[in-house]
Design a protein around this ligand. Structure first.
Ligand SMILES: Cc1cc2nc3c(=O)[nH]c(=O)nc-3n(C[C@H](O)[C@H](O)[C@H](O)COP(=O)(O)OP(=O)(O)OC[C@H]3O[C@@H](n4cnc5c(N)ncnc54)[C@H](O)[C@@H]3O)c2cc1C
Length: 419
């Protein structure tokens, strides 16, 4: 799409791309595919082609709850139909020390569902299948980005093939725009020394899949325990639910080491047997949870950060991938405004985008931080206020409708961020 630009003498014309996407996870793969479908010449790099295997209970351990706005994006990219998406129409939120709960129901906003649960592995695999099949995308699936250098009207990327000696020569490619989607420990962010605010959540997550006696019936459960929230999300079989249990690091290590029977009993009791007894548990993964916000989403000319490269959220609201997909939608909107043949990395193009993405991320990071603090306190006054608040929300149809609409990506806060 771009007109030819003067090239660095070590780079051949085939190595010049309109857009280089660094990282082909959920967010980068969606961004690369959508940009190519819009006619841009795309380079997509990752350390390896993503591979996944179902766990013992037949599902991926990593799952994401996606909003209707994210579904629309995945539909447009042609990957929605291939997913075994599990719709959930009901959500119950309650806490260890409270007497009340909030029930959210899709019918309250005249919808059939609040969202869908997707397994990460199959979703990334579908995106990659389409990336591979698209003629306008160069995929390099064994390349690590090791350097970035401003070139002549382009950004030069220094790449090292995985497994090469450290002293081996780096290869190069050039792009007019570099989009970093290389995750929470983004190499692009580090190479450019982008300052970040990192907030230790004090939590580790324990992720797994459980089989329960009662069917989930399309309900997502979230219980705020004193040492962190426990979420049970409906899985592809009526008796399978995926688990994200945020908790103190020592508790996560202890629970990961429990025998299967002991773990099943402990999680059944922690969830107040909302799905009856727990019969089986899959592999348990434990990892630290940090929140992070980059100082800028356009930290250098011709460079953008999206997805977890720009901000990382506590998984308690299931928003990280949804916000990443919002970045992607916003990126497509901006690209769509450029006249044909325009330079997608030209000065000034991304200022408003970067501001919007950061404001939206700041808000969500702050809300997640506040929620976690409020729910982990055992101060009796705060407990009373919390119960009162939960009761008020549950009894106010208007307030509940607003909360649901925001969570679905359909409220004014979410919509205002993408345009
Ligand atoms: C337990 C848990 C539960 C969650 N649940 C939800 C949920 O219900 N809903 C939701 O919306 N979100 C959820 N999230 C968040 C969501 O999973 C993330 O926000 C999302 O996966 C981030 O995607 P990404 O593509 O930005 O980054 P990643 O998935 O981390 O992808 C980054 C990619 O970059 C590649 N890469 C890294 N370094 C380099 C390099 N130097 N060169 C080339 N490539 C590189 C990596 O190999 C990887 O493929 C959850 C997160 C956790 C931890």
């Amino acid at each position: 799409m771009a007109e030819s630009a003067p090239l660095d003498d070590r780079v051949s014309a085939t190595d010049l791309h309109d857009i280089a996407i660094v990282g082909g996870g959920l967010v980068g793969a969606a961004a690369g595919l959508g940009a190519a479908l819009r006619g841009w010449r795309v380079l997509l790099l990752d350390l390896a082609e993503p591979a996944w295997e179902p766990g013992r209970l037949g599902m991926d351990i990593r799952n994401v709850a996606v909003s209707p706005a994210s579904k629309a994006l995945l539909d447009e990219l042609g990957v929605w139909q291939e997913q075994q998406a599990i719709a959930y129409s009901h959500m119950r939120v309650w806490e260890e020390q409270g007497t009340r709960s909030i029930e959210f129901d899709a019918a309250e906003v005249q919808r059939h569902e609040l969202g869908w649960i997707l397994e990460n592995g199959p979703l990334v695999a579908s995106l990659w299948k389409r990336l591979r099949a698209h003629g306008g995308i160069t995929v390099r699936a064994a390349d690590r980005l090791v350097g970035l250098e401003p070139g002549n009207e382009t950004m030069k990327l220094h790449l090292k093939e995985q497994g090469q000696r450290a002293s081996a020569d780096a290869r190069t490619a050039q792009a007019r725009l570099v989009v970093a989607a290389d995750g929470a420990r983004s190499a692009v962010r580090q190479l450019l020394d982008v300052p970040v605010e990192a907030f230790d959540t004090g939590h580790h997550a324990l992720a797994t899949v459980i089989r329960t006696v009662k069917p989930h019936g399309g309900t997502a459960f979230q219980r705020f325990l004193l040492d962190g929230p426990l979420a049970l999300l409906p899985g592809r079989h009526p008796q399978l639910s995926s688990v994200v249990w945020s908790q103190l690091p020592a508790s996560a290590e202890r629970r990961a080491a429990l025998s299967e029977d002991a773990f099943c009993q402990e999680i059944a009791s922690a969830s107040e047997r909302c799905l009856g007894a727990v019969e089986a548990v899959d592999r348990r993964l434990v990892f630290p949870l940090q929140q992070m916000l980059a100082a800028s989403f356009n930290p250098a000319p011709r460079v953008l950060l999206i997805g977890d490269a720009g901000r990382v959220l506590h998984p308690l609201a299931g928003l990280g991938a949804n916000l990443g997909f919002e970045d992607v939608r916003d990126l497509f909107n901006e690209l769509g405004r450029l006249p044909s043949g325009a330079d997608p990395g030209a000065a000034g193009v991304w200022l408003a985008f970067a501001r919007r993405r950061r404001v939206r991320s700041r808000l969500m990071v702050d809300i997640m931080g506040a929620l976690r603090r409020v729910y982990s306190s055992n101060d009796p006054l705060l407990q009373w206020v919390r119960n009162l608040g939960v009761g008020l929300v549950d009894s106010s149809a208007l307030l509940k409708r607003q909360i649901i609409r925001e969570a679905l990506g359909l409220g004014p806060l979410a919509r205002g961020s993408g345009h």
